[in-house]
Write a protein that binds this ligand. Structure first.
Ligand code: PGA
Length: 246
């Protein structure tokens, strides 16, 4: 049985004080949850504070991005050692906002995924199509391209895939459970081509307007093994409800 993993992606929200306030409220409310891996991805500036507060708890810490060089003259960038230093065990790679606004390619994401795993971190690798791509029947082509490009020479052990249709991110329009399941089955097939039977153990999260009201139905789909949650993860009670979907 796969343990589902549900992650909060806070994007560019929350100061350290707001992070501390969230975590103080959130931790007691999910203390009893043992059947879901819970992850929070605050912005870089809140990682150290969050890392201190989450230590010894059942909530793991993720970064939203990384740079793949060990150290050096890369103004503005954050290395894996720095992330590990503040307590991260996960990192998000290839979020559509990074691909869209910062021109990150599959090749560039591949470097990040490989570096993160070499450093011992688990990766939530994001993939997904735009509305025009879906409307023109290209959803599977995009998924295939992003998986093949981003996961070249990557081992499956510390990998989580986040399927996030871009048209569903922050729009309030969630993919139907059937649309999510159909895409996840295709993702799983692609992972099988790379990893054989090990693909059955890889968690595939759905992301895109997940909220307390729709999480249970999404999670009832056989190939939906978790969620990556943006907007609805910013309030402790809302994210706690999502984590306790059962
Ligand atoms: P959303 O974002 O839940 O606000 O749609 C999801 C994401 O971008 O990870």
């Amino acid at each position: 049985m796969i343990t589902p993993c549900i992650a909060a992606n806070w994007k560019m929200y929350k100061t350290t004080a707001q992070t501390a306030e969230f975590i103080s409220e959130f931790l007691p409310s999910v203390k009893s949850v043992t059947d879901v891996e819970i992850i929070i991805a605050p912005p870089f500036t809140s990682l150290a504070k969050a890392g201190e507060m989450l230590k010894g708890s059942n909530v793991k810490l993720s970064a939203q991005d990384l740079y793949f060089e060990k150290e050096g003259a890369y103004t503005g960038e954050i290395s894996l050692n720095m992330l590990i230093d503040v307590g991260c065990s996960y990192v998000i790679v290839g979020h559509s906002e990074r691909r869209q606004y910062f021109n990150e390619s599959d090749e560039f994401c591949n470097k990040k995924v490989k570096a993160a795993m070499a450093a011992g971190l688990s990766v939530m690798y994001c993939i997904g199509e735009t509305r025009p791509e879906r409307n023109s029947g290209k959803t599977f082509d995009i998924i295939k391209r992003e998986i093949e490009g981003g996961l070249k020479d990557v081992a499956p052990e510390k990998l989580v895939i986040a399927y996030e249709p871009i048209w569903a991110i922050g729009t309030g329009v969630t993919a139907t459970p059937q649309q999510a399941q159909e895409a996840h089955v295709y993702v799983r097939e692609q992972l099988k081509a790379l990893y054989g039977d090990k693909a059955n153990e890889i968690r595939i999260q759905y992301g895109g307007s997940v909220k307390p009201e729709n999480i249970a139905e999404l999670m009832s789909q056989p190939d939906v093994n978790g969620a990556l949650v943006g907007g609805a993860s910013l309030k402790a009670d809302s994210f706690a409800k999502i984590v306790k979907f059962r």
